[in-house]
Write a protein that binds this ligand. Structure first.
Ligand code: NAP
Length: 258
């Protein structure tokens, strides 16, 4: 399970949920480059794809940064506790990338079922809230500033009509939580921000039944193309770092101008 053994309590630890693929995996790779040579451990969560998660952990370890993987459905409180127990066993939590999220298939609003709405909100809202809660418990009033980055979406502003209004609304909730929680913990040495990606080339669009969605909609993006997960990872890594020491409660759009 562990790509690199680090148990020293002076070790800084960052949790990335949904780190086996897409934006989460790109963030793990970006942080590994940035943190090479420092005493840092990444806890990488996945839900189904253990092999992909282990591959990312191996890439992180290649840079000399600790990495371990945890199987966890973030909508399940016990699974979230397991992620943070692993973090506790590795050192002191300083970062959380609250990234795990799901998208159901393209659907007009009147065909949304209660089951689908509840599942989307359980992962994207409840999961994000539970992870942030566990992070704040560990970061508040700490010796160094903790940083939480919630991965929201431009969909929170657009509403995703005719496609995924349930998903867009879940990201609206993430934005609201970001602003409220940032204010609540600003005086307790924790920063909370959100990134709001537009159309990014990852598997999530295949999950929505439209693998070519990013290219299909590229003409609506002022920059003229979809984003790469590495471009989002760069922003997340910056928000986690001390370079963003005066940034909290920010909802940062990264959508190529859209
Ligand atoms: P992705 O490629 O589909 O990867 C999703 C990741 O989340 C995988 O690591 C997956 O694990 C994990 N995951 C799925 N369900 C989970 C659950 N119930 N509990 C824990 N982990 C779970 O997605 P992505 O595009 O990188 O998206 C990452 C985040 O960015 C999401 O919050 C998404 O809403 C947001 N976002 C994406 C875009 C975009 O265009 N791609 C735009 C805006 C916002 P397994 O590999 O084990 O399945």
């Amino acid at each position: 399970m562990n790509a690199n053994e680090t148990t020293d309590s002076s070790t800084d630890v960052t949790v990335i949920t949904g780190a086996s693929r897409g934006i989460g995996a790109a963030t793990a790779r970006r942080l590994a480059q940035q943190l090479a040579g420092t005493d840092h451990h990444l806890v990488l969560s996945y839900v189904n794809n253990a092999e992909a998660a282990q591959h990312v952990a191996d890439e992180v370890a290649f840079h000399g940064v600790g990495a371990s993987i945890v199987q966890a459905d973030v909508s399940q409180e016990a699974d979230v506790i397991a992620i943070f127990s692993e973090a506790d066993s590795r050192g002191r939590l300083t970062g959380l990338v609250n990234n795990a999220g799901i998208l159901d298939t393209i659907s007009p609003f009147v065909e949304l079922t209660a089951e689908r709405i509840e599942r989307t909100w359980a992962v994207n809202i409840t999961g994000t809230f539970l992870c942030a809660r566990e992070a704040v418990k560990r970061m508040a009033d700490g010796p160094t500033t903790g940083s939480i980055v919630n991965v929201s979406s431009r969909a929170a502003s657009f509403g995703s009509p005719w496609e995924f209004i349930d998903y867009a609304a879940s990201k609206g909730a993430v934005d609201t939580m970001t602003v409220g929680l940032a204010t609540e913990v600003a005086g307790r040495n924790v920063r909370v921000n959100a990134v709001r990606p537009g159309l990014v080339h990852t598997d999530i669009h295949r999950s929505g039944g439209d693998a070519g969605r990013v290219d299909r909609l590229a003409e609506r993006i002022p920059i003229g193309r979809g984003g790469q997960p590495e471009e989002v990872a760069n922003l997340i890594a910056w928000l986690l770092s001390d370079e963003a020491s005066y940034v909290t409660g920010a909802l940062m759009d990264i959508g190529g101008g859209r």
